[in-house]
Design a protein around this ligand. Sequence first.
Ligand SMILES: [Zn+2]
Length: 363
Amino acid sequence: MRKLIFASLLVAAIGCKNDSDVSHLSAEEETTNPKNIILLIGDGMGVTQISSLYAFEDKIASFDRFKNIGFIKTSSSDNHITDSAAGATAFASGIKTYNAAIGVDDDTVAAETIVEILSKKGWRTGLVATSSITHATPAAFYAHVAHRKMEEDIAKQLLDSDVDIVIGGGEKYFNAREDGINYLDSLRSKGYHVKTKSDQEIEVQNPAEKEAHLMASSAMQKISEGRGDFLTEASLYTINKLQNTNDNFFVMIEGSQIDWGGHANDHDYIVDEMLDFDKTINAVLDFAEKDGNTLVIVTADHETGGYALSSGKDGYKTVTGTFTTGGHTAAMIPVFAFGPGSENFQGVYENNEIFHKMLESVK
Ligand SMILES: [Zn+2]
């Protein structure tokens, strides 16, 4: 134990030296080389979902804090309209692939992910989602399977991944599987600290230890069903843990259920989930502002619902949420970037460019 404390003090001391070095960098160097990257994905979040915060909540949203803004075109390799699997693979591996593909190309060959690439360079990585951690978006950052429905295979692949910490739902894909194997035990024997909803004890973890928090059997609850501040708390927990190691870190945070509100054509569901995501973005920006060395990107894989703010009963005086589809749409998606390297995210470009821009920023 004493040794661990000493090790973390040593890391902190080295960290201080690095911090003071940073202050001597020129302004140009400071703006092009972030130490950390945090990618926030609002699944199914188009311009209208963002606009709903302003239209119905009359609030100053986190989106006001970004200066560098762009748009992505989101088609997949085989469809004009993408699904979340191909959309996340574009972000995670830099390739356009077919709908339902998780971390594989059109020939189902594994495509290296940003988590794998940065881990090789010594970066720490974390994934947070309000879906199961084996769901399409988080899965594309650590797994390689032909179809998104292969969630038990995806769970198995977490074992051999480089991810340092995952927080989300999906316990059943690890311990109530068709093959009867308990992959929670396997995670433990691989050195992961595993926490599930039934574990009450709170322990302070060694920053170097890997962690898997599987806080629901499948997806996390909706906000309206009592999820509370899970997303913000899990995101800050992950950031703080990885920052304590003093290595560079990459974190992907997904507001998974904005998409589900769109599929359900449920206006209140969308606004609840947007408010939650907005709160998390604000918390991440507060960290990044203080840190000064973290690139934050907020975007989405696609829009869901053909959601519109249409005129209400009183004509143009009021607006109401309406929908054109129960599926996804081909609308372009905004990209908001903050911090060193954020200027590279301006313009109109393809979704897979997000991957290349992130990696170019840390070359
Ligand atoms: Zn969807």
